[in-house]
Design a binder for this molecule. Structure first.
Ligand code: ASP
Length: 368
């Protein structure tokens, strides 16, 4: 088994003054780990500025919620909805298309605890909701929240037709699947169908296949982790994705699976992942970070570093994750076979920072 070395952005805390405590971070976001370099962005007809603007808009939407004393769940939902509405990411509008040329979307949201009372497994009110394989939902993160908040129900994960029926009954916005057929995604799936014609390996396409990492495929899953600014200090995490391009209909990745692509526990941290879902599922990556903090008493930075370092390079496993603890310390983990991860964070004072490639320093931004 080959182990990966990694990039973990430990040095990214903005310092208020030399020697001062790092500023508290209240919102961390990602827009996927399959980032494009300059030449690839040109080829795909997108610019770095567009990504930075989209990340800034997501940070602003989430931060505004926290500033208005809304919950960390509100902040996560608001930030993710902005990215779902952008074609730049593999979630919502920009979702990848499956082998049948349809979008099937997955998302989950989770609270670290409820109302600041009781924590972790000892708290029966700890809530989470998720949807998978939905094909008519404009903003799957809001659908996941509707499942979490379903009155009188213990359900956590709803899939397919049953999920769509429930979501219709509670007024979650529906769209035709055509909404997801962007020019980029249609071109991409047509090219793959052409390549696949007569290909004996069809059906076994994995992320290790170089075709899986062609430029048009690398528009990423989105996620957010937020911390209430008020004294409840509740963490919440969310992840939303279109999954993998050319996936088999019905395939579900790690994003809606608690412990795989998302987890939140106020005793440790909130986590949202992006990357080869099957690897993240098998290795319970999101919960692995939480467990290292809980049982190994690691800091969030060390926990993220250890998790990513020990992530096996299975099936070309590639990806990254974001984490935020209850003290407002955050960490980004990016596996070394990823060029970077679209990412950003907001401090309690309202300073926003974004970065794309792993080597990029955090860039302070001032959204409109
Ligand atoms: N993890 C997602 C999935 O496997 C894909 C991604 O993050 O790009 O569905």
């Amino acid at each position: 088994m080959r182990y990966l070395t990694l990039f973990v952005a430990l040095s990214t805390f903005p310092f208020a003054a030399r020697g001062a405590e790092p500023a508290q971070v209240v919102l961390v976001i990602h827009g996927g780990s399959g980032v494009l370099d300059k030449r690839e962005m040109e080829e795909a007809g997108v610019t770095r500025q567009q990504f930075e603007d989209a990340l800034a808009a997501a940070l602003k939407a989430g931060y505004e919620m926290l500033k208005r004393d809304r919950s960390s769940v509100d902040a996560v939902e608001a930030a993710i909805r902005v990215m779902e509405d952008s074609e730049l990411f593999n979630a919502g509008r920009g979702a990848a298309l499956n082998r049948d040329g349809r979008a099937e979307l997955d998302a989950a949201i989770m609270e670290g605890n409820m109302d600041g009372r009781g924590e972790g497994k000892s708290d029966p009110r700890k809530r989470a909701g998720a949807v998978a394989v939905v094909s008519h939902i404009k903003n799957p993160i809001s659908a996941a929240r509707a499942v979490m908040e379903m009155p009188g129900s213990r359900h956590v994960l709803l899939v397919g037709e049953g999920a769509e029926q429930f979501l219709m009954s509670v007024g979650i916005e529906r769209v035709s699947n055509v909404y997801f057929w962007t020019d980029r995604r249609l071109k991409q799936i047509r090219e793959i169908h052409k390549q696949n014609a007569g290909d004996k390996s069809r059906g076994r396409l994995s992320a290790a296949d170089p075709r899986q990492t062609s430029v048009d495929r690398r528009f990423g899953t989105v996620g957010a982790v937020a911390l209430d600014i008020d004294n409840k200090r509740m963490l919440a995490a969310g992840t939303s994705t279109g999954g993998l391009t050319d996936k088999l209909p019905g395939r579900v990745g790690d994003s809606p699976l608690l412990g795989g692509g998302i987890y939140a526990d106020n005793r440790a941290c909130g986590v949202s992942c992006t990357g080869t879902g099957e690897v993240f599922m098998r290795h319970a990556v999101a919960h692995d970070v939480v467990a290292r903090m809980l049982y190994g008493e690691k800091s969030v930075a060390d926990a993220v570093q250890d998790t990513i370092t020990e992530l096996p390079d299975e099936e070309g496993g590639v990806g990254g994750l974001i984490a935020l603890d209850r003290n407002g310390r955050h960490a980004f983990g990016i596996s070394p076979n990823s060029l970077g991860m679209y990412r950003g964070y907001a401090t309690a004072e309202g300073q926003f920072y974004v970065a794309i490639e792993a080597k990029d320093p955090d860039k302070r931004i001032h959204p409109e």
